[in-house]
Design a binder for this molecule. Structure first.
Ligand code: GRF
Length: 210
């Protein structure tokens, strides 16, 4: 068993993060939640980190604007936001970066800083229904519009393209003909909460090698 030092990047509710915290508390997952970073100061993830006494930070284009011409050219690839995220996570000894509902692109420099140990969860069966614009209810609406009979969630390694990296784990759920995007989202989110911890347990015990 290898203890994982997790750093979270979240933009919204943080329910996936909370599910992982609960598994750490129960002793199911050998890990420490070292720090939480959100681009959104009003996110539920920040509130949850506060309650759990986990160091938390708000980092976004307002708190860390690009300054030089090369920063601006490299926006979303090697900008001040990504540099600050690396600094904070290194300060807290993070070895594995967990994206859980993080809405921003990750730079190659951030991926390299953590030796590729950067994971994301997506609420569909990648490689389908991923990519730019495929987030939140848009994903579930697209699945329903395509008359799919199943959907699910995917954990993958992050590269600088949205939802594109190597797939590590998936779970399927049925899609029913009377599903709304909201109902489908809820069914999938429940499974996401189990899948993220299960995947991290496999990484910790060496079943999955990053
Ligand atoms: C999840 O559906 C996840 O798959 C997607 O964003 C949502 C985050 O939910 N990337 P939460 O913030 O963990 O509650």
């Amino acid at each position: 068993m290898q203890k994982l030092n997790l750093g979270f990047l979240c933009s919204h509710g943080g329910s996936n993060m909370q599910a992982i915290i609960e598994n750490v508390k129960k002793g199911n997952l050998l890990a420490e939640i070292c720090a939480v970073i959100s681009n959104n100061h009003q996110s539920g993830a920040i509130e949850k980190a506060q309650k759990e006494n986990i160091p938390y930070y708000v980092v976004n284009e307002k708190t860390h604007p690009n300054e030089s011409v090369s920063d601006i050219k490299n926006n979303a690839t090697n900008n001040k936001v990504n540099q600050e995220i690396i600094r904070i996570f290194k300060l807290h000894n993070v070895d594995t970066v967990i994206l859980a509902g993080y809405m921003k692109l990750i730079s190659q420099s951030l991926i390299d800083a953590f030796n590729g140990r950067v994971l994301n969860i997506h609420p569909a069966l990648l490689p389908r229904f991923g990519g730019k614009g495929m987030y939140g209810l848009n994903v579930h609406k697209a699945v329903i519009d395509a008359k799919e009979t199943k959907s699910g969630a995917t954990i993958h390694i992050v590269n600088p393209i949205y939802d594109d990296g190597k797939i590590l784990a998936q779970v399927e759920v049925p899609v029913f003909t009377d599903d709304t995007p909201e109902i489908l989202a809820e069914r999938i989110l429940k499974e996401e909460h189990k899948l993220y911890s299960a995947t991290l347990i496999k990484i910790s015990n060496g079943e999955i090698i990053l």
